[in-house]
Design a protein around this ligand. Structure first.
Ligand code: SIN
Length: 285
């Protein structure tokens, strides 16, 4: 019998899974419990998982086919399924993406078939002198954000489509003073159009799919109206009542639903404190 415990965070989203050993293949009953909890709570975290890259890949692949990304510079040398996020430099070059998550976003929104699930593993975390781990990741539930919209707004959004663009993010990154070379990604998949309100493919919840990072234009309305609406919706999505902040520990694995959540990293640690994260992503159904 499974001894798994699912402990909700008590915020708008997320639960801790206690009693799972992800270094081992999970039996079907245990995985079914984790799968159900994931689509209920939209984010799960597991503490103390000293996973190999193969363990990380095996566990996340239970949720669906893993994406092999085309952004070649930030990929793990042996595993194209693993995207490396890090401030660590070797020979003067960052070993991974050093500014991932600088804006509120959902992973892969600029792809025609965006990511469904992301699983981020903490290999090294930046620890302040007093023991506080820096570099929290903030999450919001955009299904809850949608549910609380006034009826008139829900009606207005019905049927609207928006452009999700990696160039939009690149422009903001450059404006923020960080130079970023997105050439590979831009050439391969620069943008995609998706509904402003997505119906979740697994649980049918309606989710707001408009982010600060990637949404460049809402189609079918004047440009100034589009800009104002994006601003209004993104401000609504990131209200504290829809949020959960994850304070990392080394060997945490956090997985989130890319349709029903958005996330943003915190850059409150200096380069002298190394942070190394590995992320896998599941291709949408
Ligand atoms: C991400 O946006 O996927 C990375 C978040 C983080 O590094 O905290």
């Amino acid at each position: 019998m499974s001894t798994l415990q699912i402990k909700p965070t008590g915020t708008a989203l997320g639960a801790q899974v206690i009693g799972a050993d992800l270094t081992q293949p999970l039996d079907d009953a245990t995985f079914a419990q984790i799968h159900a909890a994931f689509y209920q709570y939209e984010l799960l975290y597991f503490r103390g998982q000293e996973l190999s890259d193969e363990d990380h890949i095996r566990f996340s692949a239970r949720f669906g086919e893993l994406r092999k990304l085309k952004i070649t510079k930030q990929l793990h040398v042996n595993h194209p399924e693993i995207f490396v996020i890090s401030n660590i430099k070797q020979n003067g070059q960052h070993i991974g993406s050093y500014d991932a998550g600088i804006f509120w976003h959902t992973d892969g929104a600029y792809l025609a078939n965006p990511h469904a699930v992301s699983a981020l593993r903490a290999l090294q975390v930046p620890v302040r002198e007093d023991g506080r781990v820096l570099g929290d990741t903030h999450f919001v539930s955009v299904s809850k954000a949608y549910d609380t919209l006034p009826q008139a707004m829900k009606k207005r959004l019905d049927g609207l489509m928006a452009v999700q663009s990696i160039m939009h993010r690149l422009k903001q990154t450059q404006e923020s003073g960080l130079k970023k070379d997105y050439n590979d990604a831009v050439k391969a998949d620069p943008e995609a159009t998706h509904p402003v309100v997505r119906v979740h493919p697994v649980n049918g919840r309606k989710c707001l799919y408009v982010t600060e990072g990637y949404t460049s234009r809402i189609l079918g309305i004047p440009e100034d109206e589009s800009r104002d609406l994006i601003r209004e919706l993104t401000a609504h999505c990131i209200k504290p009542e829809f949020g959960y902040s994850h304070n990392w520990r080394q060997h945490d694995l956090v997985m989130w639903d890319d349709c029903s959540t958005q996330h943003k990293a915190t850059f409150d640690y200096p380069e002298s404190l190394p942070r190394l994260m590995h992320r896998t992503t599941v291709v949408a159904a």
